[in-house]
Design a protein around this ligand. Structure first.
Ligand code: WT7
Length: 582
């Protein structure tokens, strides 16, 4: 399938930032792009300074950096200079609280301007910023703030209540800053907007993000100031950001996309960014695209599928002629969705691949390169990607294997917070093993096949089954739980829980000596689902709960989620030789 929309170079009025992919790859060296950034004395760096402050020394000083709008339609806008001064103030507030270099400042806010200002302020004084998705509930907060030993949390009055509930479990937490309290507003007004920006070693820590694997609680992926080099270059080459662009990234800074491409890489390119702080709604989304004349749009496949479900007629009510291209990340961009979007918006659509751990886009489609529908594209110049077997040996093109990257690239994670062995476990035979299965074709394009582990991707968000299982077993009705991602046409996957119930508890609660009527079962399924939503996170709850007599386990007692999944999908169960009788 190849129409002129897929043959990009023919459609471009202006040449893209990355003109000739092969040519740039051939001679590329990360040292040659150091000059794209501002360094202190040629050796030190600050990622926040590069994102915002350096532009105040140029004509961009009074350029709008942020167009902000909430669900109700309130708007605010900030120039680069304003963001520079406001984040200086936030840096000074943090200093007044005694925060010093290397201390953890976590931000628990919805997408209000204060979130962005706080993130930048923390980096400017050399603290390590962490973000917490505003849907997180007590358990998720306690795990993350506890593991990181965060000294400060920046939040608002409403969300603070959740922190208060777990505060006694957080001995390291010294201060809670509430950005909508009178105290804060007053001190913010008076504090100086001049700040000495910390000159950081490129390998000093800048921010950390908790992400999920198959086992254990979420792990703290730590990124360094140097990462902005790759965030900047990929924002330039892949998102193809230019000075006259209005750019909209729909991600929340609680996840890595919202940090790398809503704060650091995108602003480093000097682009005007839109932040829409509301929930997903097709009408509001089209309004935002039209009103701000968005030209580059970075979103997730689930959002595209939801827009697709809302119908093409709605799109045609809006003038979206400013759009130049769209990009997506986080889950497979299925051919139906990409074809619909290309047809409906009549603009190219570029899939990108990366992870919390990789820190920036590593495989992508570029405006100047033909796309193959369904492929994630080719490695970013300066990145070596390959498909390797479990021992780290390359497999021939066309064969399935692990998607792997050659260390180190500038935005690669530097450690897993306080779990150095976990960090080491990512590397085999000189390769970083991503946890994704894929294939490389003879033209060098990469194709995504699936996860190698039990990690769930629901609406593009990464959820660890263990976290959900732990939340479920803390309910008195539950003895054991096994959690899987169940394929879903809209969300990619939904979370499904298989639950073994406590018979004694059931007898007591439902006073059943025999049987357990369907109405009670239904109510209990709903209760468990809501229980996880309330205690763990608003997005990480099981939409389906099934009661089961016994979970499939290995002889050593490990839950075999792949068997639950095979059963759910009606697939052959596979090798069960290590299985306890089932
Ligand atoms: C996982 C990483 C980093 C951006 C947000 C996600 C999946 C990512 C694609 C893609 C198919 C993709 C992978 C990956 N993923 N991009 N283009 N096609 N799957 O970051 O939460 O760390 O998730 O998202 O499974 O390992 P994350």
């Amino acid at each position: 399938m190849k129409s002129d929309v897929f043959n990009k170079p023919a459609r471009l009025k202006n040449p893209p930032n990355l003109g000739d992919y092969d040519e740039v790859c051939r001679s590329f060296d990360w040292r040659s792009v150091r000059k794209e950034l501002d360094w202190f004395d040629g050796t030190k760096i600050n990622a926040a300074y590069n994102a915002i402050d350096r532009h105040t020394q140029t004509w961009r000083k009074n350029k709008v950096a942020l167009y902000w709008e909430d669900e109700a339609g309130s708007t605010r806008q900030y120039t680069f200079e304003q963001l520079s001064l406001l984040s200086n103030k936030m840096g000074n507030i943090l200093k007044d609280f005694g925060v010093s270099r290397g201390e953890r400042v976590f931000i628990f806010l919805p997408r209000v301007p204060e979130l962005y200002i706080s993130f930048l302020g923390a980096l400017k004084i050399g603290a390590i910023a962490g973000t917490l998705f505003s849907a997180f509930q007590e358990q998720a907060l306690a795990d993350r703030l506890g593991n990181s030993d965060a000294e400060v949390v920046i939040t608002n009055k409403e969300l603070k209540e959740r922190i208060d509930k777990v505060r006694k479990k957080l001995p390291a937490l010294k201060h809670i800053i509430t950005v909508d309290s009178e105290d804060f507003i007053k001190s913010f007004e008076h504090v100086s907007d001049e700040l000495h920006i910390a000159h950081m070693d490129p390998d000093e820590y800048a921010f950390m993000l908790y992400t999920s694997g198959t086992t254990g609680k979420p792990k703290g992926v730590v990124h360094v100031h140097r990462a902005i080099l790759q965030e900047h270059m990929t924002a330039k080459w892949v998102l193809d950001l230019r000075d006259d662009d209005t750019y909209w990234c729909t991600a929340d800074p609680g996840w890595v996309t919202g940090i790398a491409y809503e704060i650091l890489g995108s602003w480093s390119c000097g682009v005007a960014a839109v932040v829409y702080a509301g929930r997903f709604d097709p009408k509001r989304w089209y309004e935002i695209l039209a009103k701000y004349k968005v030209s580059v749009w970075y979103t997730a496949p689930t959002a595209i599928r939801m827009l697709m479900a809302a119908g093409s007629n709605l799109v045609h009510e809006y003038d979206l002629s400013s759009l130049r291209h769209m990009c997506s990340v986080g889950e497979p961009l299925n051919p139906e969705a990409i074809t619909w979007a290309i047809k409906t918006f009549d603009k190219p659509f570029h899939d990108t691949w990366w992870q919390t751990e990789t820190g920036a886009i590593c495989i992508a489609n570029y405006p100047a390169m033909d796309i193959k529908i369904g492929s994630m594209g080719k490695p970013v110049p300066g990145i070596t990607a390959a498909i390797v077997d479990d021992q780290g040996h390359k497999v021939p093109d066309g064969n399935e294997g692990n998607i792997a990257l050659k260390p180190k690239w500038p935005s690669m994670m530097h450690t897993i917070w306080r779990r150095p062995h976990k960090y080491e476990s990512y590397f085999t035979g000189g390769w970083y093993i991503s946890g994704d299965r894929g294939m490389r074709d003879k033209d060098g394009y990469f194709w995504f096949i699936g996860r190698a582990d039990d990690v769930i991707k629901t609406a593009g968000e990464r959820v660890g089954p263990f976290e959900v299982e732990s939340a479920l077993v803390s309910h008195p009705a539950v003895v054991e739980a096994g959690v899987i991602g169940k394929p879903d046409a809209m969300r990619g996957e939904i979370i499904k829980a298989f639950v073994v119930l406590d018979k004694k508890y059931l007898r007591k609660r439902f006073r059943e000596s025999v049987g357990f009527p369907e109405s009670d079962k239904k109510a209990l399924r709903e209760e468990l689902s809501q229980y996880v939503k309330k205690h763990l996170a608003g997005h990480a709850y099981p939409r389906e709960v099934e009661f089961i007599d016994k979970l499939p386990k290995t002889r050593s007692g490990k839950i075999m989620r792949r068997i639950l999944k095979a059963k759910e999908m009606g697939l052959p169960i596979g090798d069960t030789s290590t299985l306890e009788e089932y």
